[in-house]
Write a protein that binds this ligand. Structure first.
Ligand code: PLP
Length: 385
């Protein structure tokens, strides 16, 4: 089996698995004052320290959640609702880049529907998927009221890295707030939390367990809790914490900091995959090729090889990847990310994603390339016949 779908979910790291099982054995609730509770809390706080360290944040800024989707909702709704309280200035404008994940895109859409005074604007990207900074500059100048801007650190489909330092400067100059979805980028590039106000993380994209994530929140920015009940996590996210998920998340974050050579190794595999693919199939297209990209991700297309067919053929050869398009009710929907980059529909229908990670090997790369080349020969042979 050749698993090359780390951006969908990354296999559990051994250190993370061990932390999960050890935490499950504790059997205490971090909120309990007795010995088992204190032991559970110690594990949770150690994990919080490790997650904070990964992004250069303070431990008390980390709120554990059930994953990045919840973190995005908490940031968007929590910021908007929190800005209505006290003398905070009200968020009236929300800007999102056109390549955001659905958790941000749909969350922001719903926010604008529910909070009728909030105006939502989608910001364009260039042909490589990089945010148009001039469009952001102009947008921030127009209109009144506080702005909340959401720009991901790097894209999950094509790996393109966004200019967060420049975005941060523009947002801060305009007195706005910045939300950075760092899900695919965490551990693959250095992240500096001090550049933003809210940062979204997910454990399972970095070799931790599914169903565990975090929202990192700067001091003094608005955040109204979206789950209320007990006073967990400073009253910002009620509910007994998922201790094993949190422990596994912390261990994954620590591994990423320890594994200094991992980025280079993963990049070598990704680069080898792209070079071998292009050598065999020169018309293959790599999306976002001219922009800085994550070491892990290759969004690509082989013209004429439809992605849904390719995924099945790859799977038969034991190679697991993702497509850039989704098929629902018998219709293929083109990826909004590729559409925003101006990729033509015929090519977008051929979009695939190979995403490498800590467990990937050169055998995986070779198997993927061999399978794609075989498929391409079959498809082009059919066309010629
Ligand atoms: N943001 C990005 C960029 C993602 O890639 C994903 C998952 O694919 C999410 C958010 C949602 O993550 P989770 O599965 O933890 O809810």
């Amino acid at each position: 089996m050749h698993y090359i779908d780390n951006n969908a979910t990354s296999p559990l790291r051994p250190e993370s698995l061990s932390a999960v099982t050890q935490a499950l054995a504790i059997g205490g609730n971090p909120s309990s004052v007795h010995g088992a509770g204190r032991a559970a809390r110690a594990v949770m706080e150690e994990a919080r320290d490790k997650v904070a360290a990964l992004v250069g944040a303070k431990s008390e800024q980390v709120i554990f959640t059930s994953g990045a989707t919840e973190s995005c909702a908490l940031a968007l709704f929590g910021a908007a609702e929190g800005s209505l309280e006290g003398d905070a200035s009200r968020i009236t404008r929300v800007f999102v880049s056109a390549v955001e994940h659905k958790a941000v895109m749909k969350g922001a859409g719903r926010l604008a529907e529910r909070f009728t005074w909030v105006h939502l604007t989608v910001l364009p990207v260039n042909a490589d998927g990089v945010l148009d900074l001039e469009a952001l500059r102009v947008a921030l100048r127009e209109g009144k009221g506080r702005a909340l801007v959401a720009v991901m650190a790097a894209n999950n489909e094509i790996g393109v890295i966004q200019p967060i330092a420049e975005v941060s400067r523009l947002v801060r100059e305009a007195g706005g707030l910045l939300l950075v979805d760092a899900v695919p980028a965490a551990g693959k590039i250095d992240l500096d939390f001090s550049l933003c106000d809210y940062m979204v993380l997910s454990a399972h994209k970095m070799g931790g367990p599914l169903g565990s994530g975090a929202l990192v929140v700067a001091g003094g920015v608005p955040l109204a809790p979206q789950l209320v009940g007990g006073g967990h996590q400073r009253g910002l996210r009620a509910g007994s914490e998922n201790l094993s998920g949190i422990a596994g998340f912390g261990a994954a974050a620590q591994s990423l900091r320890d594994a200094q050579g991992e980025r280079d190794r993963v990049k070598h595999l990704r680069d080898h995959f792209e070079a071998a693919l292009k050598a065999a199939i020169p018309e293959a297209v790599i999306f976002g090729e001219k922009a800085p990209r994550l070491c892990s991700t290759s969004g690509f297309a082989i013209p004429g090889v439809i992605a849904t067919t390719a995924l099945m053929a790859l799977d038969m050869d034991g190679v697991m990847m993702s497509s850039g398009s989704t098929c629902s009710s018998g219709k293929v929907a083109v990826s909004p990310v590729l559409a925003a980059m101006g990729v033509e529909e015929a090519l977008a229908n051929c979009a695939l994603r190979a995403s490498f990670g800590w467990s990937s090997t050169m055998e995986d790369v070779n198997a993927a390339v061999a399978s794609l080349v075989k498929l391409h020969e079959r498809v082009s042979g059919k066309e010629a016949a």
